[in-house]
Design a protein around this ligand. Structure first.
Ligand code: BTN
Length: 255
């Protein structure tokens, strides 16, 4: 009998009460050869990292702050799919654990009632011939209250408990999340993104809407049309052409 119900994810598990960033630690372990499925979990992060150089506020004992080491044998071009896959697994976990309906904002945010409850930071270490390792960092707001967020983000951020109206069981969430991630990851390795594309679309926000695309230094507005079998976001520009985005950011409801 085991507390964990996964085959691989979390079998090698490193726990910290307090840490700077679980992604930084996981990258260290990955460089030292830690096996696929290794999980680094922290009760709090002193310097949690968000995307685009932002910080991820990670107060003690309220959210789940974890990083998973993956070692897929895939071409580099497929690695952005891992973030999409992870977002889907997190959304499904929230669906199984609550009666809430999470939405996915491409590429890496999970929203509840339009507010961000989870972010994903995927970091890649590559060699000439492919992926060396990937660290997938997940910051999931579970038992935060409105006052637990920095004032700059209170209007856009929320937690599962704020939306559900009751505290949630972090350990149960962690376990379910690891199982869901493992299942979806295996399914994706075998069948590719096309097999989960529809599940992703079913939960996507902004389809058919005007969005602002931020890709590198370029910014433009277009209509979000969907996602293709590679996991590229499809946005129709002013000239009517469909653009494929493999990475970047979109703003919903631009002014
Ligand atoms: C984002 O939305 O900007 C991504 C946030 C990712 C936060 C998680 S918390 C666990 C892991 N360790 C980090 O330092 N960051 C990620």
């Amino acid at each position: 009998l085991s507390v964990l119900e996964t085959k691989k994810f979390g079998r090698n598990y490193i726990y910290y009460h307090s840490i700077n960033s679980s992604n930084e630690k996981a990258k260290e372990f990955a460089r030292e050869g830690a096996e696929e499925g290794t999980v680094v979990l922290a009760e709090e992060q002193q310097a949690g990292k968000g995307r685009l150089g932002r910080t991820w506020h990670s107060p003690l004992g309220l959210g789940l702050y974890l990083s998973i080491i993956l070692r897929p044998s895939i071409p580099l071009a497929l690695t952005p799919q891992i973030t999409l896959l992870t977002a889907l697994s997190i959304a499904k976990t929230i669906e199984k654990m609550t009666s809430l309906g999470p939405a996915i904002k491409w590429p890496n945010d999970i929203l509840l009632d339009g507010k961000k409850v989870c972010g994903i930071l995927t970091e890649l270490s590559a060699e000439m011939d492919g992926v060396k390792h990937i660290v997938v960092g997940i910051g999931l707001n579970l038992n935060q209250e409105a006052t637990d967020f920095p004032t700059a983000v209170t209007s856009q951020a929320s937690s599962v408990s704020m939306q559900a109206g009751e505290k949630v069981d972090r350990l149960a969430f962690f376990n379910k999340l690891l199982m869901q991630l493992e299942d979806d990851y295996e399914h994706w390795l075998e069948q590719g993104f096309s097999a989960i594309r529809q599940q992703w679309l079913d939960r996507a926000v902004g389809l058919g809407d005007t969005v602002r695309v931020i890709a590198g230094s370029a910014q433009w507005q277009g209509r979000m049309e969907g996602i293709d079998d590679m996991g590229a976001l499809l946005v129709r520009n002013k000239a009517g052409e469909i653009q494929q985005l493999m990475s970047g950011e979109v703003t919903l409801r631009p002014e």
